[in-house]
Design a protein around this ligand. Structure first.
Ligand SMILES: [Zn+2]
Length: 273
């Protein structure tokens, strides 16, 4: 009786062992192809979830707006120059913005920061540092509200209130504007243009605010970058997100793109003014 149990136990162990070996072997053999596929789909999935519209549709929306408003709406610069612009949205804050500024300083890479007015009011010294270290700034509204829920006069207020705060702190006014979530209607864009701004979208979305890892961010940049590109990242983490991936990826983005012959410029330089 005892022997029968022992035999049963040994058989079960052998079956389990064979099963594990088969699984592991399967994984190792499948991994290279699967990984390449996952990365590509993954990027589109991130973007679609973030923008709440299909990847191609969002891209088309940005391109349509720049065609409808030539010289006003931009998502990239001159493709004949191997320039690229790093942009950081939603700050300043008193944690990630410092880390990002330290890296940009060490790498001697200029960037453009799209400033949220109420954040600037909380952290004026950080905004002063951004400007004093030679970076470009643009207006990103007072409170980062989605324009879909605002009428045009409220849109105007959101922009002007932020601009007044930026001027109070830095003594400068900006002429670059980025709508929250990159979404603005035709009416909004006419109003923004009347206020004296150019609207700056992007050609490379890192979806970093969602907590992308450094590896994912590097993959996204690698896949999407082209001469004249505008890369969007963040320097303020918002409610849930964290930007450790952004900070970790940044020096590597700079080194890798420079090795490919890219030069980092501000948005003003990228647009030729
Ligand atoms: Zn934003």
């Amino acid at each position: 009786m005892k022997n029968r149990y022992r035999l049963l136990l040994i058989s079960l162990l052998m079956i389990l062992l064979l099963d594990i070996t088969a699984c592991t072997r399967g994984q190792v053999m499948r991994e290279p192809n699967q990984r390449a596929k996952v990365q590509q789909i993954h990027y589109k999935e991130w973007l679609e979830a973030a923008n709440r519209m299909p990847y191609e549709e969002h891209r088309k929306h940005i391109q349509n707006m720049s065609q409808l408003f030539p010289g006003v709406v931009f998502y990239k610069g001159n493709p004949n120059k191997k320039w690229v612009a790093l942009t950081f949205d939603d700050g300043p804050d008193n944690y990630y913005t410092y880390k990002i500024l330290d890296i940009l300083h060490e790498k001697k890479a200029p960037a453009t920061f799209f400033i949220v007015g109420k954040e600037a009011k909380m952290f004026p010294e950080v905004l002063k540092r951004i400007v004093s270290e030679g970076h470009d700034i643009g207006n990103h509204t007072w409170d980062h509200m989605n324009f879909n829920s605002l009428n045009t006069s409220k849109v105007k207020q959101e922009i002007q209130k932020a601009e007044d705060e930026i001027q109070r702190i830095t003594g400068k006014r900006t002429d670059l504007f980025r709508p929250p979530y990159g979404i603005a209607t035709v009416e909004d864009i006419k109003e923004i243009h009347n206020l004296g701004y150019r609207v700056i979208d992007w050609s490379v979305d890192t979806v970093d605010w969602k907590g992308s890892s450094a590896r994912e961010i590097l993959t996204f940049v690698n896949q999407e970058v082209s001469p004249g590109g505008i890369i969007v990242q963040h320097c303020m983490a918002g409610k849930k997100g964290e930007l450790d991936g952004t900070v970790k990826a940044l020096p590597r983005i700079i080194d890798r793109l420079r090795a490919q012959g890219y030069e980092f410029v501000t948005v003003h330089t990228l647009l030729g003014s």
